[in-house]
Design a protein around this ligand. Sequence first.
Ligand SMILES: *[C@@H]1O[C@H](CO)[C@@H](O)[C@H](O)[C@H]1NC(C)=O
Ligand SMILES: [Cu+2]
Length: 122
Amino acid sequence: MARPSMGTVALVLLLAWCCAVTTVRATEWIVGGDKGWTFGIAGWENDKPIQPGDKLVFKYEPGAHNVVKVEVDGYMECKAPDGATFHSSGNDTFEMPGGKAYFICTFPGHCEKGMRIGIPPR
Ligand SMILES: *[C@@H]1O[C@H](CO)[C@@H](O)[C@H](O)[C@H]1NC(C)=O
Ligand SMILES: [Cu+2]
């Protein structure tokens, strides 16, 4: 068998590199950016290319807020369903599923003041 040419070697390395980068890299998003998870950040998500497998990190002062993953109706009505899981560490991380994902704060009035996000599928 002939020795592979430098060009072939370079191409194989390039393909291996690009596949490794595209499959391994998951972005970690700090919800709300510098402000973190707080009032008025609804809409922060709209221009973010958030992909399945990415991580969403909700940062806030523990006791001041919480994070509850809900369905679309919970998002629209600002209401957590029975049996919902309440996250309250102040540093709550969620991995994006394949479909839509909705998160609200269930402290009274907070969701209505913009503590909710809905991530559309990409
Ligand atoms: C927040 O959570 C992430 C992921 O679980 C972890 O890597 C990080 O160290 C935590 N940061 C703080 C300040 O606790
Ligand atoms: Cu809140």
